[in-house]
Design a protein. Structure first.
Length: 432
C-alpha cells in the first residue's frame, strides 16, 4: 500500500477548490494581549502553544454569552428556560455528530476532554478485551486500558500498519486498536484509514484520538470507517471544559455507567434500572451545558469558514517555521517519519546548549513568546525521539531532563509570531 493511498482519506475535500460559501477566518479572543518582558516593556503576546490549549474563538464566546440569560437545568424542567437550554444542549450533540461525520446511530457523549473520553470507553470494553496501542501515544490513549499490547514506534507508516496487523492477528477475543490521528509531539498524520481497515479485517474495533487533528483538518468518521473518536474542546477553540466521545452504541450501551447518579437511571427501587441509551447512561448529574454549547459553536465556526483557507494558512506558517528553525545551527526538529511527511501545525525541537525549560523561559521572559516544554504527556515517544532511556528523572511531564520545546500554531497565529520565534532562537544560539 502506498503512502498516498494510506493518507488520501485524511485530506480535506475542500482542498481541491475553494468553497463558494466559506467565510473569513474568525478571530480569537486575546489576539491583542500584551505581556511583560525583560526590562519592563510590554509586547504583543506570540501564542505558539495551541497544541496544549487553543484560545477561544469569538463566535464561541458569543454563543456562550447568548445562552447565559436563559441558562437552566436540562432534561428535567418544564419551564421555558429549562426547555430552551435542553434544546440547545441536544442541538449541540447533533452539531458535533455532523462535525465529525458520524453515522446517524452513533452516540455522542459529552465528556470533559479526550482523557475523560478514553477512560469512559475503557470502562465499557467487553470482558477480556485486549487493546493494541503504540508507544507513540499521548498518555490519555496509552494508559487507561486493563489489558494492553504496546507496540514500538514504527519506522514508517507502512510499518505501523504491519505491526498492528501482526499484533491483532495474534489476539483471541474482543480487541481494540487505539491510535492518534495527529501526533501531539510531532504533528505527523497517522494512516488511520489503513489502520481501521486492518482492525476490521481482524474483527477488532478502532478508537482514534482526534484531539490534535480536528482543530486543523476535517474528519469524517463514516468515510474513514472509524468505530470511535475522542477529542477535546479546549484544543478546538472552545475552552469551556467539554469534550466528546463519538461512536458505536453497543459497547457503550452495555458498559458500566461512567458515573452513577441522577439522569443515568430509568428507575430506582430495590433494584436499579440503568438507561440503555448510552448518552444519558454516561452523563449522570447536571452536564456541562455551556461547554457543550461552546464545543458546538466551535464546530459550526470551523465548518462555516471552510477548511481550504484554514489549511492553506496553516501550511504556509508551519513551512516558514520549520525552514527557519532548520537554518539555525544546533536546532534539531523531532520527527518520526521524516521532513516530508504530512503534518498539522506542531513542531517540537531541541536547542544545543540549552535545556527545554531554559529555552521556553527565555522565549517567554525576553521575547513574549509562549511555547510548551517537557515531554508533552508522551514520555515513551519523546524518549524514543531523543534517544534517551527512562528513569526516575523522567517521571514528570514538566521535568526538563530529556525534554523538548514545542511550538504550535492555529487560528490567530501570524507570520510575525513565527518570525519572532525564529529570530529569538537564533539569538539564543548565538550566545553559546
Amino acid at each position: 500500500m502506498s503512502t498516498l493511498t494510506i493518507f488520501s482519506s485524511t485530506r480535506t475535500p475542500e482542498a481541491a477548490a475553494p468553497s463558494a460559501t466559506s467565510r473569513p477566518i474568525p478571530a480569537v479572543l486575546g489576539a491583542d494581549l500584551e505581556v511583560p518582558v525583560k526590562g519592563g516593556r510590554l509586547v504583543g503576546y506570540a501564542n505558539l502553544d495551541y497544541a496544549a490549549s487553543a484560545p477561544c474563538l469569538e463566535p464561541v464566546s458569543a454563543a456562550v454569552t447568548a445562552a447565559l440569560p436563559a441558562y437552566s437545568s436540562v432534561h428535567r424542567g418544564a419551564g421555558y428556560a429549562s426547555q430552551l437550554t435542553t434544546a440547545r444542549y441536544e442541538q449541540a450533540r447533533h452539531t458535533v455528530r455532523a462535525f465529525v461525520g458520524a453515522r446517524p446511530d452513533d452516540s455522542v457523549i459529552f465528556t470533559r476532554n479526550t482523557t475523560d473520553a478514553t477512560n469512559l470507553l475503557a470502562g465499557c470494553l467487553p470482558e477480556g478485551t485486549t487493546t493494541v496501542v503504540f508507544d507513540t501515544e499521548h498518555h490519555a490513549s496509552l494508559l487507561p486500558w486493563r489489558h494492553a499490547v504496546r507496540l514500538a514506534p514504527p519506522a514508517f507508516p507502512g510499518e505501523a500498519v504491519r505491526a498492528a496487523d501482526e499484533a491483532l492477528a495474534a489476539i483471541e477475543g474482543p480487541k481494540l486498536l487505539v491510535v492518534t490521528a495527529a501526533s501531539n509531539v510531532t504533528g505527523e498524520l497517522w494512516p488511520i484509514a489503513a489502520l481501521a481497515h486492518i482492525a476490521h479485517r481482524h474483527g477488532a474495533r478502532i478508537l482514534v484520538d482526534a484531539a490534535q487533528l480536528v482543530p486543523h483538518r476535517r474528519l469524517n468518521l463514516t468515510a474513514l470507517d472509524l468505530d470511535y473518536v475522542a477529542f477535546s474542546g479546549h484544543k478546538l477553540y472552545a475552552p469551556f471544559g467539554a469534550g466528546a466521545l463519538v461512536g458505536r452504541r453497543d459497547w457503550l450501551a452495555e458498559g458500566e455507567p461512567y458515573l452513577k447518579g441522577g439522569g443515568a437511571v430509568r428507575s430506582v427501587g430495590e433494584s436499579v434500572e440503568w438507561h440503555d441509551d448510552p448518552e444519558p447512561r454516561h452523563e449522570a448529574g447536571t452536564p456541562n451545558v455551556l461547554g457543550a454549547i461552546a464545543l458546538a459553536a466551535a464546530c459550526d465556526a470551523l465548518t462555516a469558514t471552510g477548511w481550504t483557507a484554514l489549511v492553506r494558512e496553516e501550511e504556509r506558517l508551519i513551512a516558514r517555521l520549520r525552514s527557519g528553525l532548520a537554518s539555525i545551527d544546533g536546532v534539531r526538529e523531532l520527527s518520526l517519519w521524516g521532513d516530508d511527511h504530512p503534518r498539522v501545525g506542531i513542531v517540537s525541537f531541541t536547542v544545543a546548549g540549552y535545556s527545554a525549560r531554559e529555552v521556553a523561559e527565555a522565549l517567554s521572559g525576553e521575547y513574549g513568546i509562549g511555547v510548551r516544554d517537557g515531554k508533552f504527556c508522551a514520555h515513551p515517544f519523546v524518549r524514543h525521539l531523543l534517544g534517551t532511556s527512562g528513569g526516575a528523572s523522567d517521571g514528570d511531564c514538566a521535568d526538563d531532563t530529556g525534554s523538548a520545546v514545542r511550538a504550535s500554531i492555529g487560528i490567530g497565529s501570524t507570520q510575525e509570531h513565527v518570525d519572532r520565534l525564529i529570530e529569538a532562537v537564533r539569538d539564543l544560539v548565538s550566545r553559546c
